[in-house]
Design a protein around this ligand. Structure first.
Ligand SMILES: Nc1ncnc2c1ncn2[C@@H]1O[C@H](COP(=O)(O)OP(=O)(O)OP(=O)(O)O)[C@@H](O)[C@H]1O
Length: 777
């Protein structure tokens, strides 16, 4: 028997022992859990029998409350225990099937022997609870596995730095408790295993990469040196994957203070939410909160405006034929996304703090109760040294006091008497009961009827004043919309050349109650500054994926709404597809992250696509030569030049057939616009089974999809067929990043059709890196 086999045998024996121990633990826990479950059922059934309910006097009532509290605490405690046991059983079941993925032997400085350390998704102690049989991949010592190859190594923990020598590094693939393969690895973590993983078919759900995290990804995952961690990473470099592992890592590191619902992931589209939803549960953690910027703003703005989303904005721009119209819209978008515009707004706000604030009158039953001018006078009577937000709060408090006084006066008005006449017997009975409880012992001359009418008047008016008071509490008396409109009506310093045009277009939109995407952040910023910020102090960590799509203004705004959160900002400047971010400063720009508290990292190795695809795509972007493909070979990309639309459709169908024969299950036909996607879908739908992805799609499955370029970001497919990569479709320099994004979605195969001459981005690529075929009947 070879040394390897022997070693494999003994490794399998160790796994078998672990499985036995885990089996025993699961049996014991299940029995215990059964008992707890029965107790819960019993407690729920007998809840009211076991509490003494007696409300005869205050002491008895107090005792009743205490008894209910005690009983529900007992129930709550049992339910929590059941929850924890359930979780532990699930964790143990996972360990049983795949206990670990790695082993390192580490000889600590000053020690004689190496100790084997096995790494898994969760830790496991031996039965004496003395030694770790498995270390959690997030434990400090586990970083040795990701950071070093055999030789001198060290790791840092809260106790300090431990130095030593790594004498072995081994990788396992274990399925159903059996070793499928096992490699002793050198420099990088399991090139072979990684190759195998990356060579698999695409999955409609992203997977955890815990067994094959690469060195630079590990640094990203564990970095806690700064408040803002900024990651510029090439397409397919594992930004999203590493971000999710990082979330799991932070949850482990700060398990006493951080919970999944205190972390927020901003993703590029609703589809993405479902795409990444399995990763954290796979790692034994709960999913963190997820949203898109659009979902956030939509919730904030509600129905008061029709809100354009970033996709509609992009689609509108991509379908604009008139170049000057395009230039105008883009210039307005870029200006409104800039910090220069934010500075203009700040100057406007500071003027408002002295004069010009707009308020709404408080009206009640068609009459003006408090005039806007009185609110304004009160606001400006407050000391200017008090911040605007606090002056607004004080004004709201003043209004509430005023409303309470007016409410008392209102009770005497005729309409109240009319309302009382219309009341049913029930209302009278209710106040009579109140009277009996409170005043039955009063002297004989107490007028019960008068009391009744007074009480009813009080109730009727209070009910009608309630919405008014609530509106004041929500700062609805501040006329945000009018002040936002005034921003575009007033003269300002340092405006761009086309300011007048920007203003007139914005005012037309606002008049039609339309808020363009570029106006959304400025509008919310103005609203928050005037009517009180909606900052969220509960969120402790924010992840922003595809950060190249966010403007510096959006970054400032996100900092305001999450004032205490740390941020992980990930993106790729070469995939900036929105007008506000192309050739503009974006949230990702290093110039915004120079100060203390910011740490910028770069990921240059690309894992998603075969090296042929990466070699091809990297030529389309500036500094593409810095991108290093992972060594996984495949076919060279194919460019098929056709001369008629029917040829393109036929060609696509043939390619799909071929790709399916090769076993590819997830195939995307990517078009530039949604309009084009719809057309392709209509033309192909009768011939092959496929799905159309739109901005409202929430999930995607294995299969063939037609998807517009800007919705394909962040996700990946086994094979990508680019629909019409001709110079008629990708005709402008500003579409370079869009084109690059589309091509980099392919894992194994990339096929580009071009109806006529190919686009410039393709012409620039070295012909030796792809095949060209002229297809004609
Ligand atoms: N260390 C790794 N081990 C295994 N797979 C990896 C690793 N790193 C990345 N991958 C795989 O590479 C692919 C791309 O990863 P991911 O989507 O996270 O990259 P990205 O940088 O966010 O891409 P993009 O910016 O192009 O959307 C995924 O299939 C992911 O599972």
């Amino acid at each position: 028997m070879s040394k390897y086999n022997h070693s494999k045998e003994s490794e399998q024996q160790r796994i078998d022992q672990i499985k036995e121990q885990v089996k025993r633990e699961i049996t014991a826990l299940t029995q215990h859990d059964q008992k707890t479950k029965s107790e819960i059922i019993h407690l729920r059934k007998t809840f009211w029998e076991d509490v003494t309910v007696n409300m005869d006097n205050p002491e008895d009532a107090l005792e009743t409350v205490l008894s209910i509290k005690q009983q529900s605490e007992l129930l709550g405690e049992r339910e929590r225990t059941h929850g924890t046991m359930d979780q532990t059983i699930r964790r143990l079941e996972k360990i049983q099937s795949s206990p670990y993925f790695g082993r390192i032997d580490f000889k600590e400085e000053g020690q004689d022997d190496s100790i084997p350390i096995y790494l898994g998704v969760a830790s496991l102690l031996d039965e004496e609870k003395q030694n770790f049989l498995i270390h959690d991949w997030r434990a400090p010592i586990s970083s040795l596995y990701y950071d070093f190859s055999p030789g001198e190594a060290y790791y840092t923990s809260p106790e300090g730095t431990t130095e030593g020598e790594m004498t072995k590094k081994r990788q396992f693939l274990i399925q159903n408790g059996t070793i499928v393969s096992m490699f002793d690895t050198g420099l990088t973590i399991g090139d072979d295993l990684l190759k195998e993983v990356l060579g698999n078919e695409a999955n409609p759900q992203m997977k955890s990469i815990v067994a094959t995290i690469q060195l630079e990804q590990n640094q990203l995952i564990r970095d806690e040196s700064s408040r803002y961690l900024v990651v510029q990473g090439a397409a397919g470099s594992g930004k999203t994957s590493a971000a999710l592992q990082r979330a799991a890592y932070l949850l482990y590191r700060h398990m006493d203070t951080l919970q999944a619902n205190q972390m927020m992931l901003f993703s590029p589209n609703p589809l993405f939410n479902s795409y990444v939803s399995k990763v954290l549960p796979e790692l034994g953690e709960e999913n963190i909160e997820q949203t898109t910027f659009q979902q956030y703003v939509q919730k904030r703005i509600g129905k008061s405006f029709e809100v354009e989303d970033a996709f509609t904005q992009t689609e509108n721009l991509l379908t604009l034929i008139d170049e000057s119209e395009y230039d105008q819209r883009v210039s307005s978008i870029r200006y409104k996304s800039s910090l220069v515009f934010k500075a203009l707004i700040d100057r406007y706000l500071s003027r408002l703090s002295k004069q010009g604030m707009q308020f709404k009158q408080v009206r009640f039953r068609g009459e003006v109760l408090i005039d806007a001018s009185r609110i304004s006078a009160y606001f400006y009577s407050l000391d200017q040294s008090i911040s605007m937000a606090n002056r607004m709060k004080l004004t709201a408090e003043w209004l509430l006091i005023k409303l309470t006084r007016l409410e008392v006066l209102e009770r005497k008005n005729g309409w109240v008497e009319d309302e009382i006449e219309l009341l049913g017997a029930e209302a009278f009975q209710e106040v009579r009961k109140e009277y009996q409880q409170e005043y039955e012992d009063q002297d004989g001359d107490f007028d019960e009827a008068k009391f009744e009418r007074k009480q009813l008047a009080k109730k009727i008016v209070a009910k009608q004043f309630k919405p008014l008071k609530n509106a004041v509490k929500k700062m609805a008396f501040v006329h945000v919309d009018r002040m936002f409109v005034n921003l575009f009506k007033q003269a300002h310093e340092d405006t761009p050349n086309d300011w007048e045009r920007i203003c007139s277009q914005t005012l037309t939109n606002l008049n039609n109650r339309l808020l363009r995407f570029e106006d959304v952040t400025p509008y919310l910023y103005v609203k928050d500054q005037l009517a009180g910020s909606k900052s969220n102090h509960a969120i402790q960590h924010v992840f922003i994926d595809e950060a190249q799509d966010y403007s510096p203004f959006q970054f400032e705004y996100l900092k305001l709404i999450y004032p205490t959160a740390q941020m992980t900002i990930l993106g790729d400047i070469n995939q900036a597809v929105y007008a506000q971010s192309q050739h503009q400063l974006t949230m990702l720009d290093e110039s915004l992250h120079t100060g203390k508290g910011h740490h910028v990292m770069h990921l240059t190795k690309s894992y998603r696509s075969t090296s042929e695809i990466v070699e091809f795509t990297k030529q389309m972007i500036p500094k593409g030569d810095l991108i290093e493909p992972f060594n996984r070979q495949g076919q060279k990309p194919e460019v098929k030049v056709v001369s008629a639309p029917e040829e393109q459709l036929e060609g696509i169908i043939q390619e799909i057939e071929r790709l399916k024969e090769h076993g590819h299950q997830s195939i995307a036909i990517i078009t530039k616009t949604a309009e084009e996607s719809k057309k392709v879908y209509r033309n192909l739908n009768e011939r092959i089974s496929l799905k159309l992805l739109t901005k409202d799609s929430y999930e995607f499955e294995q299969g063939i999809h037609v998807v517009p370029s800007y919705l394909s970001k962040g996700i990946e497919f086994d094979a990508v067929i680019v629909h019409d990569a001709s110079d008629q479709v990708y005709a402008h320099e500003h579409e370079r990043t869009l084109f690059y994004t589309v091509c980099t979605r392919a894992m194994h195969e990339l096929i580009l059709f071009s109806l006529g001459e190919t686009c410039t981005f393709l012409k620039e690529v070295d012909q030796a890196t792809y095949h060209v075929e002229q297809v004609s009947k």
